[in-house]
Write a protein that binds this ligand. Structure first.
Ligand SMILES: *Cc1c(COP(=O)(O)O)cnc(C)c1O
Length: 431
């Protein structure tokens, strides 16, 4: 029996193939130890926005490391954090005035949930139920697990998760004729819940426009608007988890800008540092902040981490932010480019449907186990695609692309040609 000292994430070590060793990376390309080159078509778990090892971000980190690498963030502040907070505030909706730093996406969600819950506690109210969407993924810590779809990821912890009520998510795709019906049904359920018992809910959390880990499931901006209006007209706190959708992914700087709504709280991470360093932020409205602003010590948000607002992370985020203007024409135009390729799957016998939002494209493969994360199609495609030089990592039967913005038209065409090859080989692979 051989066992590795390293315990890898989301991996069953006994049955998984051994991990591939990466030597270096540049732009969209990863170079493995054996010299094999692989195009990172999923931005390494959706974090890398401007390509790997971008010199501008690398240099910003180096310069910051020589100046101030880390300092306690309680009772102290520093220039990179202050400048980053200002930039985020300038671009995000006016309502989002206050910036709380942490160091990963799940934690940004935990902070949001704690802000929403304690907002009511500080005003003498106990609202212990959250609203969330079916198919959601918000991270792997306990609060984040609780507001996510209950699945194989959370099964072992089921008994420990707090109370959450789920609304249907009106997932749609190209040519969907039932979308209005699905949206109306979801909104009716939300409306009914909020009318019957408005004091019950601490807040509603959702991934606006695209649910990531749930299978790149997409909804229309109009639905997001209606959910937000329905909640805010009844004073229910709306939390946007834009950990995946932020920083250009949906074709606008943020999904809330694309949907033209102002959530009360927003969580950002992944693309924040361009995928270089772990960092996250939770921004909230002044209404929420004011409920904590008090001479009463019990009204404090008692939350913080050793590496809160790490200066290296902030410097990377500032450098990544500076690249966004240059990347804007690209992240705005990738949707049309994806679509021109996706239409070629219209009559493909193995494709159930396809969809695109901004830089994110997804195809549902026909499967007798739809929605099953452990379908063998997934592992097969993952291995075969890497052998062909493309990093794809299907979510169950959902094959998706979420490339760094520096991918060229030719590289994207080549990735789609590899997908056609893989689909042609699939029946034989599964036989
Ligand atoms: C990745 C992700 C998270 C969790 O972020 P981590 O940094 O992996 O903890 C939360 N929400 C969404 C929408 C995500 O895509």
């Amino acid at each position: 029996m051989t066992t590795s000292p390293i315990w890898h994430p989301f991996t069953q070590a006994k049955t998984a193939p051994p991990p591939l060793k990466v030597k270096s990376a540049a732009g969209v390309w990863l170079t493995l130890e054996n010299g094999h080159q692989v195009l990172d078509a999923i931005s390494s778990w959706w974090v890398n926005t401007h390509g790997h090892a971008h010199p501008a971000i690398a240099e910003a980190i180096y310069a910051q490391a020589k100046t101030l690498e880390q300092v306690i963030f309680a009772g102290f502040t520093h220039d990179p954090a202050e400048r980053l907070a200002l930039k985020l505030r300038q671009k995000l909706p006016d309502r989002l005035e206050h910036v709380f730093f942490s160091d990963n996406g799940s934690t940004a969600v935990e902070v949001a949930l704690k802000m929403a819950y304690q907002f009511w506690v500080n005003q003498g109210q106990k609202r212990s139920t959250f609203l969330a969407l079916e198919g959601a993924y918000h991270g792997d810590t306990f609060g984040a697990m609780a507001v996510g779809e209950r699945s194989i990821f959370t099964q072992a912890f089921q008994d420990l998760l707090m109370t959450v009520e789920f609304l249907p998510f009106p997932a749609t795709h190209w040519g969907d004729e039932t979308v209005e019906e699905k949206e109306a049904q979801a909104l009716a359920i939300l409306q009914q819940k909020l009318e019957q018992n408005p004091q019950k809910y601490a807040g509603l959390i959702l991934e606006p426009l695209v649910q990531g880990a749930g299978g790149m499931r997409m909804c229309r901006p109009g639905f997001v608007q209606q959910v937000v209006n329905c909640c805010q007209s009844r004073e229910t706190i709306v939390i946007f988890d834009e950990i995946m959708t932020g920083f250009g992914r949906t074709g606008d700087w943020f999904a809330c800008l694309k949907a033209q709504v102002e959530p009360d709280i927003i969580c950002l991470s992944k693309g924040l540092t361009g995928g270089f360093l772990p960092l996250s932020v939770t921004l909230c409205s002044d209404r929420i902040y004011q409920a904590f602003y008090s001479e009463d010590p019990l009204k404090t948000l008692y939350h913080g981490h050793s590496f809160t607002a790490n200066p290296l992370g902030c410097a990377a985020a500032l450098a990544a932010w500076d690249l966004m203007d240059q990347a804007e024409p690209r992240f705005r135009s990738l949707e049309a480019l994806h679509l021109s390729h996706l239409h070629r799957f219209q009559d493909h016998p193995l494709i159930e449907n396809y969809r695109v939002t901004g830089t994110i494209a997804a195809l549902d493969l026909q499967s007798d186990r739809p929605g099953d994360y452990l379908t063998p199609i997934s592992a097969l495609l993952r291995e075969r695609s890497i052998a062909k030089g493309v990093l794809l990592r299907p979510l169950g039967n959902v094959l998706y692309l979420l490339p760094p913005y520096c991918i060229t038209d030719e590289e994207l065409s080549w990735v789609y040609s590899i997908i056609h090859e893989l689909l042609a080989e699939l029946p034989r692979m599964l036989a």
